[in-house]
Write a protein of this length. Structure first.
Length: 289
């Protein structure tokens, strides 16, 4: 979630919590005031024992004065006890109100976050076509970008590179840097586009004949394959930034296609339909937000 959204949620939580606290505290003050104004009636007061009266009255002139003052002291003590109990009850009510307010706001935030996740854009990438395979050509790949979400992907940009690497990739192979790669202008990718957006990436250097034959053969276990690494960056409708990384390798081609490269028949190879691409075991991930 963006920083502004977090700050807004925190402000709402503190504001509602303060309102609940103010209401509960006001009620507690009213209750304490009532108890101070109306102390317990004589019938509710505890009758002092004879021992208490005798002990307390040693410095008083008459027994009646002693009993009256002792009852007054006892009533004051009970009143203080009731006031203390009211404060404790008010504090508990205040804490309960704050917890309830926080729980309610958390539920609202969770529902909002879930709705945004269900409605936001989700961009996926699949390779479409590979062209320019010749020692004098400029290889480039076309890949299809599809938005499977419910809302458009805004400010979308993408970059990719082509590399011939041993297959399969080494464990924890480092994703190559794409910051220097040429990126097209930003665009909007709508959901369920009738004609999916086709992106292109051109390799600046040509492949040698031996490299082209090797990537067309695509051998496993010691052989090499042609890999495409790329990343798509975009913003969703809720102003959150996202990214999707992709990594595919070109599967082994038919024998007749490989024969065209071995015979230097590059024009025929350019017209040939190359086989499918295989999803790599790593670097196909998103930001998970």
């Amino acid at each position: 979630m963006s920083r502004s959204n977090w700050l807004s949620d925190i402000a709402n939580t503190l504001g509602l919590g303060a309102i609940f606290a103010l209401l509960v505290w006001t009620g507690c003050q009213i209750a304490v005031g009532v108890m101070q104004r109306d102390p317990p009636s004589p019938g509710q007061q505890r009758e002092p024992s004879l021992g208490e009266a005798e002990t307390y009255c040693t410095k008083l002139e008459t027994r009646n004065d002693c009993i009256i003052q002792l009852r007054t002291a006892t009533a004051t003590e009970q009143q203080a006890h009731y006031a203390k109990s009211a404060v404790w009850m008010g504090g508990f009510a205040l804490l309960s109100a704050v917890v309830a307010a926080a729980a309610a706001l958390w539920t609202v935030w969770t529902m909002k976050d879930t709705a945004e996740r269900q409605l936001r854009a989700y961009v996926a990438v699949t390779p479409n076509r590979l062209d320019g395979l010749s020692p004098t050509g400029r290889p480039h790949i076309a890949y299809r970008l599809t938005n499977f979400g419910e809302t458009p992907a805004h400010g979308m940009s993408h970059a990719a590179i082509l590399e011939i690497l041993p297959h399969p990739l080494a464990d924890n192979y480092r994703f190559p840097a794409l910051s220097l790669e040429e990126r097209p202008s930003k665009s909007v990718l709508w959901r369920d586009t009738p004609m999916p957006y086709i992106a292109h990436h051109y390799r600046f250097a040509s492949f040698a004949k031996e490299e082209i034959i090797e990537l067309l053969e695509g051998k496993d276990g010691g052989g090499c394959r042609l890999y495409v690494f790329g990343q798509v960056d975009y913003w969703d409708a809720f102003k959150r930034k996202h990214w999707t990384r992709f990594c595919w390798s070109l599967e082994p081609q038919k024998a007749e296609v490989i024969a065209l490269a071995k015979a230097d028949n590059w024009d025929a190879l350019a017209k040939a339909t190359l086989g499918a691409w295989e999803l790599a075991g790593q670097h196909n991930e998103t930001d998970y937000d």
